[in-house]
Design a protein. Structure first.
Lengths: 621, 99
């Protein structure tokens, strides 16, 4: 009895308080603390202190002089401005339609539409029915693309045949990098800030051209399930931030981040930005969007590179040779041996050859004087073949990029170096190495950031940092009769190095270039010429350098990955000696969350053989 | 873009097609030679070609590929002019390029 009385009282209390909450809304006292308002002005809590600072770096985005740091001042100023009589393009209601809409809703103000010709014309032009999040996947031989890229596509109503999605508009947020800045400057400013970030609108076909044709990146289209009012709110806010500067940072406030804010604004309470910690990797942000149930449907648009590889693979061997001969100019497109083929086969050969030449002109800079007349001749021949449809594009991969393993990895292992036992903890915040589960990632590609290997030598109770990898990039892409990419690698950080008497921690820089050849599906052999540089005062001359070679075989599949080979380095500066190593690495994948790994190396260094083995567990978060 | 017919006497749809052709001429040429494809469909959308006329639209363009692109040096503006001229002379398609 007593409990039910308490229950009743609680209910009454709840009813009263929620009622009074509802009543207090028109009073703007707390409204500036409302999550939706904080998102609309892009406020983030200050790291020190209890205030807020907006991420907008543009005075034109604020109506109050203290708006950058004062949600309340900005709200009061906005409210005052939108309640001014009149309308027209310069009225605050027209400059900040999203704020206007939200405040009127929350404060129960009259919602008579404002007359904003410029905004209305813009919105009508965009004619948006649904919004699609587009993810440009990474491409094999371009590790800088490995994080992927995201933008939003504004889709027109799709109920009739009068729609072409390539004509749809897209919203993207990108660094407005000065053209003359070098790669290093680009990286520096990208990390520490300094580039203005601009939200811009472009037709989708321009994006397809950039990502699909020039950068060879597959596009994944995630159609979002936003309702029409949510879509309208997103557009209204896009209007507010269009051409406004938000400084661009590679790791967190990047292309993906600003789009998350737009989705949060469209559907309040989504709080995608709450998922961002130190970095917002676009492929991770896609996962969050999927996890929050925002995705209605997914479409795949293979890049020019993926399509051409698929058409080449679909040709029988002798037709591959024929296509290659036409592309090299040995056989004319209208030669007898081409025309002897059936219409369908002839069409396949001509289409593949044309696509291949286009790809090579784009990727490898085949000279126009050569490629253009040949392309034209191929198309003219092709136009004679009627009623043969182009080949079906490549099938959608079974595992999407957002369905691959998570990128943060923690590993625990035990092992032996010579006769010393150790346990090792490895923390790798991002992203993927060639031994991780390959599904959803490009084969042979590796990109690791800020990986820390810490060892505890159990016999001596000694703790040691074994290696701190700043960045490590590796790209093994097979060569064949059509493509001849360079496989390469580069890395820097600090690592233990053997000085014959001791193992000292030394900064290093390493790189390499070579080739790779496919042996079977998922298996490639590689040969890389390498160079190493180590700098440390424990080395006799303060530094040492070694040219070398790395020959090996890599096998990747969804159950296990194997990497084995031999490496040799000839140290030539401080002490002249060889360092030879045989290595074998194996990972056994348990789904996408866990893996067992084993490593074995046998090394001949300073006239001494030493083995290292290690056995452990990876967990992906 | 060049050209003679482009400008005051052409309809807005032809101008939209010309803008699209300007950035996608290679892909349009490819689809045209195959008689089908997304870029060819986009031209049809821009010109407002009805679903019922799409097949003959695709066929006219494929059949006349060599007229539209006489050489590898053909500019997108010249190709647009040729497409307009071809459609104008086609009974069922001329209405889509009427000024």
């Amino acid at each position: 009895m007593r409990t039910s009385l308490q229950f009743l009282l609680t209910l009454v209390w709840l009813a009263l308080t929620s009622n009074s909450l509802a009543k207090s809304l028109p009073d703007t006292d707390d409204l500036h603390q409302h999550p939706a308002w904080l998102t609309l002005i892009h406020y983030q809590p200050d790291r020190l202190g209890s205030g807020y600072t907006s991420q907008a770096d543009d005075d034109r985005f604020f109506l109050s002089d203290s708006g950058v740091t004062s949600p309340k001042a900005e709200l009061d100023a906005t409210l005052k401005a939108i309640l001014q009589p009149g309308d027209g393009d310069d009225h605050a209601r027209c400059i900040f339609p999203a704020r206007d809409r939200w405040l009127r809703q929350k404060l129960d103000l009259p919602r008579d539409p404002a007359d904003c010709p410029a905004y209305e014309e813009w919105a009508a032009e965009l004619n948006t029915d649904t919004v699609t999040l587009v993810f440009a996947a990474s491409y094999l031989n371009s590790p800088s693309s490995m994080f992927g890229h995201t933008f939003l596509r504004l889709d027109p109503p799709r109920n009739d045949e009068e729609t072409s999605l390539v004509l749809a508009n897209t919203i993207s947020y990108a660094a407005d990098a000065a053209a003359h800045d070098s790669e290093i400057m680009f990286a520096y400013k990208g990390i520490f800030g300094g580039y203005p970030g601009i939200t811009s609108i472009q037709p989708y076909y321009e994006k397809i051209r950039l990502y699909s044709d020039i950068e060879h990146r597959d596009l994944w289209e995630y159609q979002l399930n936003l309702t029409q009012p949510e879509v309208d709110m997103m557009l209204a806010h896009t209007w507010e931030i269009q051409d406004r500067n938000f400084d661009y940072y590679f790791f967190d406030e990047n292309c993906a981040y600003r789009l998350l804010a737009l989705i949060d604004i469209a559907r309040p309470g989504t709080d995608l930005l709450g998922e961002v910690s130190t970095h917002a990797i676009p492929s991770d942000t896609v996962r969050w969007v999927v996890d929050k149930g925002l995705v209605e449907d997914v479409f795949y648009r293979p890049s020019a590179a993926t399509s051409i590889s698929h058409s080449i693979d679909s040709l029988p061997d002798d037709h591959q040779t024929l296509a290659s001969a036409i592309a090299s100019g040995y056989v004319a497109p209208d030669a007898a041996e081409v025309q002897a083929l059936s219409d369908e086969k002839q069409a396949r050969v001509l289409d593949t050859t044309y696509d291949y030449i286009r790809y090579q002109s784009e990727a490898d800079g085949w000279p126009r004087e050569y490629a253009a007349p040949l392309s034209h001749a191929l198309l003219r021949e092709r136009s004679q073949i009627k009623g043969v449809a182009a080949q079906q594009g490549p099938p959608e991969p079974e595992i999407r990029d957002d369905q691959g393993h998570d990128t943060f990895r923690v590993s625990l292992s035990g092992g032996q170096l010579g006769d010393l036992n150790f346990s090792e903890l490895t923390i790798r915040p991002a992203y993927h190495d060639v031994l991780d589960p390959p599904a959803g990632y490009r084969g042979g590609a590796q990109l690791q950031f800020l990986r820390l290997d810490a060892r505890f030598y159990t016999d001596e109770n000694e703790f040691q940092i074994e290696q701190l990898t700043g960045v490590e990039i590796r790209s093994l892409s097979p060569r064949n009769q059509f493509f001849s990419p360079t496989s390469w690698q580069v890395g820097f950080g600090g690592r233990r190095t053997d000085t014959e008497t001791d193992r000292v921690f030394t900064p290093y820089l390493e790189g390499g270039a070579g080739g790779s050849w496919q042996l079977a599906n998922g298996t490639q052999a590689f040969a890389i010429a390498t160079a190493d540089l180590e700098i440390d005062d424990d080395l006799r001359r303060g530094y040492d350098a070694a040219p070398g070679a790395d020959l090996g075989i890599l096998h990747q599949n969804n159950r296990f990955s194997l990497l084995g080979g031999v490496k040799t380095k000839a140290w030539i500066v401080s002490s002249q000696h060889r360092q030879d190593q045989a290595y074998l690495d194996a990972n056994l994948h348990f789904g996408r969350d866990f893996g067992l790994f084993a490593r074995f190396t046998r090394e001949d260094h300073f006239e001494r053989y030493r083995s290292k083995w290690q056995l452990g567990l990876h967990a992906y978060f | 873009m060049t050209t003679g017919t482009l400008g005051c006497e052409t309809s807005q749809s032809v101008q939209s097609m010309a803008i699209y052709m300007d950035s996608n001429v290679d892909k349009v040429a490819r689809d045209m030679s195959r008689g089908a494809g997304e870029n060819l469909d986009t031209l049809a959308v821009l010109l407002g070609v009805d679903e019922a006329d799409r097949d003959s639209f695709r066929k006219v363009l494929q059949d006349n590929f060599a007229t539209i692109f006489p050489s590898s040096e053909t500019t997108s503006g010249e190709a647009v002019d040729a497409i307009v001229a071809l459609l104008e002379s086609d009974q069922s398609l001329s209405k889509y390029v009427a000024a």
